[in-house]
Design a protein. Structure first.
Length: 290
């Protein structure tokens, strides 16, 4: 192939990718850059936003323990949701993959059901279940498991349960897609050679579905850490996370630069944690199953 043909092919590739790149820049890159610039502006209750460069917002976030506690709670909730979702979603995907027709076509609809419901409607439904007179507490009291209603609303426990409910299907989808490429005859061969079910799962299935587990965990962690509606409704004003903090700064106190700094810090923190954990997990995975 001549240099002219290679250059012509490169121009065609750029022309084909150009509209997608422009759309990505317009709806992703430009807002992020503008938010980042806004985080360095000054603000006052009487003077409003001033377009002068200052590190006041970042200094306030770094030095104030209030913001540290909120970010710590945000990532703690996200980590708990991720771990629980992986522990539930991985065996669930394995069971679904082993099902025969017609159940194999029916149960995925039930598993993916939470994704088909509006996040606000779903969260309000959990709020009704979590109330002191809700179905969960009424059942626990009548069964004699607890003497008085358990406080789920405005607690981290309630937020974690509601987030796990909607994010588990993402792990199921990710692991299930990986299991589709797994030859079931390999499991049968391992069992015929005397391997127990747990040994076959640990030595044969788990290493091959680990990429799906890792990708699902990354998606769940990112969505749990950036979730807004569920922490706002279930957590309320008592359990504040980074997303609800940024919302309050933007729309309640009208301190847009501080809210922008919170949003940018959440984005940077998520990117760093996801990149680091992905690299660490891949390294340990390759060493464990080498």
């Amino acid at each position: 192939m001549s240099a002219k043909e290679i250059a012509s092919g490169g121009h065609v590739a750029w022309l084909l990718a150009g509209p997608a790149l422009l759309l990505f820049a317009g709806i992703v890159l430009v807002p992020i850059v503008m938010t980042g610039l806004l985080s360095f502006y000054d603000w006052g209750p009487y003077k409003g936003i001033e377009t002068v460069f200052t590190l006041k917002n970042w200094r306030e976030i770094v030095t104030d323990s209030y913001f540290f506690g909120i970010f710590l709670r945000t990532f703690r909730i996200a980590l708990l949701v991720t771990v629980i979702s992986v522990l539930i979603g991985t065996p669930e995907a394995y069971i679904l993959n082993r099902m025969e027709k017609p159940w194999r076509s029916f149960f995925p609809v039930i598993v993916l059901g939470p994704l088909l419901i509006s996040v606000v409607a779903r969260t309000l439904g959990w709020a009704l279940l979590f109330g002191s007179t809700g179905l969960i507490n009424v059942a626990l009291v009548r069964l004699g498991i607890v003497a008085s209603p358990i406080q789920f609303m405005f607690t981290e426990t309630g937020v974690v349960i509601a987030l796990v409910h909607v994010l588990v299907p993402l792990v199921v989808i990710s692991v299930w897609a990986t299991l589709q490429r797994l030859d079931p005859q390999i499991e049968n061969a391992a069992i015929s050679l005397g391997g127990s079910g747990f040994t076959v799962f640990r030595r044969i299935v788990l290493p091959q579905v680990m990429p799906g587990i890792l990708s699902g965990a990354i998606v769940v962690f990112a969505l749990a850490a950036s979730a807004f509606a569920t922490p706002a409704i279930i957590g309320g004003r008592r359990i504040k996370v980074a997303s609800t903090l940024a919302y309050d700064e933007f729309l309640n106190t009208l301190n847009w630069p501080l809210g922008a700094a919170v949003a940018v810090l959440l984005l940077v923190g998520l990117a760093a944690i996801i990149a680091g954990s992905n690299r660490l997990m891949e390294r340990r995975y390759s060493e464990m199953f080498r």
